[in-house]
Design a protein around this ligand. Structure first.
Ligand code: ZN
Length: 214
């Protein structure tokens, strides 16, 4: 038996099969080391309806970039209207008539750089963190990262997120300049700055669909 589904297989020392649909709509299967491929593909086939439902959910949050459509920028819904160039104006998001997506991505890159840069600066000054550089990337799958050398990166998709979510991400990556792991000591450091971080992190986990578009 063979599934037509193109899937990503990740084997590990786990005991059971787990299936997810990633932000790009691809099936990801986590499997024990020795489970036969035939069993894995049977497992995928038995979840066909569930996979279709997950994909439909992902498609629903995909933005409608036509005039009158809505898109959250900085966590606030903005109505899309036509303008000579991409920019935010109150509750409206102006986009040019052609190459809208490219213009929007360029705007989101600029907005995320300004906001994340300001937040890094603010928290670094207040809590004595030091970092080397800020980079805005098109990475999917993660909102931000921090290298051993203290180079911090954020996805331009952070521009979709609310102020408190952006603050949490800035604090999270800055705390990595002191600790590269996600140990209890790391979370203690995050919690000392943002006592409410667990609630924010939980909300952020539901926003993975923003990784799927653009
Ligand atoms: Zn982390």
């Amino acid at each position: 038996m063979q599934t037509k589904e193109d899937y990503i297989l990740m084997r590990s020392a786990r005991r059971s099969l787990v299936l997810t649909v990633n932000a790009e709509g691809r099936v990801v299967v986590r499997a024990p080391q020795r489970t036969p491929v035939a069993d894995i593909e049977r497992f995928i086939l038995s979840h066909t309806a569930w996979i279709a439902r997950r994909r439909a959910e992902l498609a629903r949050v995909r933005p409608d970039l036509t005039d009158g459509g809505t898109l959250c920028v900085f966590g606030i819904p903005r109505t899309i209207v036509q303008g000579s160039r991409a920019r935010l104006a109150g509750d409206t998001l102006l986009l040019p008539s052609s190459a809208r997506e490219e213009a929007l991505v360029a705007l989101l890159k600029k907005l995320s750089r300004e906001r994340m840069g300001a937040l890094l600066h603010e928290y670094a000054a207040r809590y004595g963190f030091s970092y080397s550089s800020l980079r805005i990337t098109s990475a999917r799958g993660r909102w931000g990262s921090c290298s051993e050398k203290g180079n911090i990166s954020f996805s331009f998709r952070t521009a979709f997120l609310s102020e408190e979510e952006a603050r949490y991400l800035a604090v999270h990556e800055l705390c990595h300049t002191r600790r590269m792991d996600h140990s209890p000591a790391f979370w203690k450091e995050v919690g000392a700055i943002l006592p409410d971080f667990l609630r924010i992190r939980k909300g952020l986990r539901k926003k993975g669909a923003y990784m799927a578009f653009l």
